[in-house]
Ligand binder design. Structure first.
Ligand code: PLP
Length: 370
């Protein structure tokens, strides 16, 4: 069968060797970054160097970066820590945004693009202080959202804007000032860094109350001793992610995959194909076979992909993203996501196409003759 093929980079990216090396060295460092002695100061220097690299990736000031345990915590901090009376979130957000209590859902169109007219209307209808949360790129479809326009609309209505850029960072240009966002979420493990580390970028002047209290770390915005090795790894990953030179190659792999699947199944529906998408992501439906069965069959053939949204508890549900795009439940329930990254090769596309075609053939054989 050959070695297993990993095509699930939107779930997590294999750690970069440079990151692993830097983390191994950081594990040897003795010292709490809050201690005033030389050991503490050396650890603090490492944290601050990493913070500078993370800030540079998104055009932020180092003081605007709040280091967290990952994208989930950063999203919670943005949604809860800003204390806004209203939270308007796009219907395709990650659950860590979507599940904010009382959040009002903003619709998307059939390609999964945020409906800016609805945003304007909903903000104008109720002038209480609001936070809008619109992700920069969707984790399931790769669709790139009109965040700069959403920020302009939000500001014109006195609202602030948060953007989850977890999937966008390292894949498209992300600059907090050009986008005009007030808050932005990053996650280390989606850019080749370690799991369990991330950041919320909170622009100067945006009030943010800590969710975790009991220490003055992160300028009072996030208590707890810093995860030194992970933060060092995040810094190195952020530095590497600034070079997006691999994206055209990933786009070719993705386009080759879609062309070959369409050749096999001419009616294949690729979600978000009509609008700008991340170069590395393809989400498509194979009608008649549910997502979980496809993922398991492909896994047996040695190819790892995901069923629509990553199933955090091992359960696979029809994707809320596809449902928000108006995709019928049955079709949404047969969608899978393929995502490429730095270790992906042309041969991996061949392995997937072969395994998927075999699955389609078995399904055709199982269908009763017409
Ligand atoms: N936001 C998006 C768009 C994601 O895809 C993910 C992870 O799947 C997260 C947030 C959560 O990030 P983390 O795994 O670092 O908590």
């Amino acid at each position: 069968m050959g070695p297993a093929v990993y095509l699930d980079y939107n779930a997590t990216v294999p750690i970069r060797p440079e990151v692993a090396d830097a983390m191994a060295a950081a594990l040897e460092v003795v010292g709490n970054p809050s201690s005033v002695h030389r050991f503490g100061r050396a650890a603090r220097r490492l944290v601050e160097e990493a913070r500078e690299k993370v800030a540079a990736l998104v055009g932020a000031r180092p003081a605007e970066v709040v280091l967290t345990s990952g994208g989930t915590e950063a999203n919670n901090l943005a949604l809860e820590g800003t204390g806004r009376a209203r939270r308007l979130v796009s219907a395709i957000e990650h659950p860590s945004v979507l599940q904010a209590a009382g959040a009002e859902l903003l619709p998307v169109d059939g390609d999964g693009v945020l409906d800016l007219t609805a945003l304007n209307r909903m903000l104008a209808a109720d002038r209480r202080p609001a936070l809008v949360s619109a992700m920069l790129a969707n984790n399931e479809t790769g669709v790139i959202e009109p965040v700069a326009e959403a920020a302009r609309i939000a500001h014109a209505c006195g609202a602030i804007l948060h953007s989850d850029a977890v999937q966008a960072a390292g894949r498209i240009a992300v600059d907090v000032r050009e986008l005009g966002v007030d808050l932005l979420t990053l996650s280390a493990h989606k850019i080749g860094g370690p799991q369990g580390c991330g950041a919320l970028v909170a622009r100067q002047g945006v009030p943010l109350a800590a969710l975790l209290r009991g220490g003055g770390q992160e300028r009072g915005r996030r208590a707890g001793t810093e995860n030194l090795a992970a933060i060092v790894g995040f810094g190195v990953a952020a530095e590497l992610a600034g070079d997006r030179g691999d994206q055209p190659r990933l786009a070719r792999l993705r386009d080759d995959l879609e062309a070959r699947l369409r050749h096999r199944l001419p009616g294949l529906r690729v979600f978000g194909a009509g609008t700008p998408r991340l170069a590395n992501t393809s989400c498509f439906a194979a009608p008649g076979i549910d997502s979980a069965t496809q993922v398991m069959s492909l896994d047996l053939a040695g190819v790892a992909v995901s069923a629509g949204s990553a199933c955090s508890s091992g359960k696979v549900r029809a994707s809320h993203v596809l449902r928000a795009m108006g995709v019928p439940a049955e079709e949404a329930g047969s969608a899978i996501r393929v995502s490429f990254g730095w270790r992906s090769e042309a041969g991996h596309v061949g392995r997937l196409v072969e395994a998927w075609s075999a699955l389609m053939e078995r399904r055709a054989e199982a269908l009763p003759a017409a």
